[in-house]
Each structure stands twice: as C-alpha cells, then as structure tokens.
Ligand binder design. Sequence first.
Ligand SMILES: Cc1ncc(COP(=O)(O)O)c(C=O)c1O
Length: 367
Amino acid sequence: MNKVVYNFSAGPSVLPKQATREAADAIINYAGTGIGILEMSHRSKPIESMVAETDSLLRELMQIPDNYDIVFLGGGASLQFCMVPMNILDSSASADYTDTGVWASKALKEAKQFGTVNVVSSSKQDVYSHIPKTFEQTPGATYLHITSNNTIYGTQWKKFPKANTYLVADMSSDILSRKFDISDFGLIYAGAQKNMSCAGVTVAIIRKDILGKVNRTIPTMLNYKTHIEEKSMFNTPPVFPIFVMNRTLSWLKQIGGVDAMEALNNKKSGLLYEAIDSSKLFRGPAAVEDRSAMNVTFVLNKEAVAADKVEALEKEFLASCKENGLEQLKGHRSVGGFRASIYNAMPIEGVEALVKELQAFEKKVLG
Ligand SMILES: Cc1ncc(COP(=O)(O)O)c(C=O)c1O
C-alpha cells in the first residue's frame, strides 16, 4: 500500500504528478514514435518541435514579448552567476548587486571577476532575515541584480525595485509563481529544479538589446548569442529536463496559468503563516513583510522551549512529520529549525496536512 507522501524539499522538489507520469511514459516510448526520449537525437523532428513548443509555452505563461530571447542551458543557475557578467558587464563598467542571501552573494562574487561590483545593500549581519529595500543605485551602473526569492531564508522581494537601467534577476526559486511586468528586466535566469522541471536545465530570458556591448572575447559555449542563434541546439541540450519542463508548463497552463497559480500560492503560504503566527511553540524568523510564498521557514520558539530541549524536540518533530508522510522539512543549517518549500506543484492538501501536524505537535509539547 502506498501512503500519501508530501515532499517539502527545497530543490530538486515536488513536480506535478501529471508531468512526472507523462515523463515516465516518454522514457519508454516518446509520442508514439516507439523510441524512448532518452534515446532520441536532439536534432530529430519530434524533439526540435518539443523544444520550440517549450519556448512558446514559457512565453505565453510569462507574457514574454518578442524582444526577448529564451535559451535552455546546462550548468545550473550557478553558471549564470559568471555567464551574466561575462556577457553584459564590461570590464570598465560597474553593476549594482543586492546581497539578500548566500545565492545573491555567490552571484556578486563571480561578477567581481568581470567588472566593478557595487554591493548596494546587504542583510548579511541579520542572517538575511529581511530584504533591505531602500538603497542608492550607482550612477552609470550597467544593471541592478536581485535574487527574487531567497530559498534558504524564506524571504522574497514582494515588489521589485525600479532599476535606473534594467534589472537582472535570479528567479530560480519563484519563477512562474506570480505575475510581474517583464519589461523592467534585461535578463532573468532560473535553474529549473524548483518550479519548472527536474535538475539539468537552466532558463535564461534575455532582452535582445543588452547583448553585444562588452569588449571582451566570450568563449563560444558561454556566449548567449551562440545559444540564441542556434535555438539552444548549438550542442546537445538537456532534452529530458526540457521535456519535463514542457509537461510542467502544460500543466500550469491547464490549471489557469500564473494568475491562478499566484492565488493558490498565496492561499497555501497564508495557511501556513497563519498557523505559525497563532502558535506558541513555533515562530517564523523571516521579516513578516518579506515572507516568501515559496519557502516557509520556522523555528521553535525559544520562549516556549528550554534551550537544552530544542535539539531533541526538533528531531522529534521531524520524525513525527516523516511518520505522517511529511518529508524534507529540515531547515538549512544557516537558519536552523524547519523549512517547508511549497512550490507551485505542492498541493494545498500537503500544506493542510502540515498545519495539522504543527498543531498536533504543539498540543503534545505544550498541552
Ligand atoms: C535562488 C537560487 N539561486 C541559485 C541556486 C543554485 O542553483 P543551481 O544548483 O542550479 O546552480 C539555487 C539553488 O538552490 C537557488 O535557490
């Protein structure tokens, strides 16, 4: 008998059941061809049209206009930390970076190899528990970089800052979770393994006019133009992760697109934050106005639990969650406690089950 399991992993993470079933079928026999998708040439007609369709689905769902190109790349979001400045930050120029977490600080560290980096704001001294929203932009900076959702700390830019020039964003952990106006952005990149697909593909969405302005020689494979000109087929692209993305986007379209998704995400995160706020045993470390709708962090309330009991109680809570089919809730080591990643594909039933678990555990501990 299969018990129901809800996977709260921060990434790779839960995918829509429908998409994983279609992906499983495609491994054996892709679209009635008699050949499994893992065994097919990326230059075959069915795969070329699948990749083109994935581009159109993403365009439609995110309302990406024609003056942007989309590329499907390998190397993870981490490769984009250097690929972005290599392609758009000239060595004589500067870029503004906001430091809202470990991923943001990794991005700015890489950028320093290509030009001048101005760290215009940082919440590092507060363990990144909030997003500093007032800061000065540097006159003449090429772009302003943000990490739209900070996966580890459970914080999220609720309203994007207005860049003097254009925004560059790492949207790895909240792409397709809410609507926004893409025209403020010059470049968006996102590893797929949270809201779009399995690990192995990274999406970059690039406004056409920002390329071709740096004076350095860019290695062919690291040049966005290479992949744009070859429609992500310069070399063998990660076909299977692109297919899982195709199926995930198709599912998202079926359930009503990003608008419907955003409403559901607000409902799911609202339920969980309400449970945390009304609890005496748990509390949320992230600043209320910056709370993420994707990664909900919570810890044991030190006012309710003696310091020497915290570790044992944390273990007990995680064990009880596991027993009840609620998996992968341990918080990142830099924040501690717990983290429930409730990406697009997490059904509301999973959140409701977690709320029940929080309440039952509190009753057991505090009476
Ligand atoms: C916001 C953010 N950026 C970047 C990364 C790194 O992604 P990758 O492992 O695809 O390089 C992660 C991974 O969790 C992330 O959450």
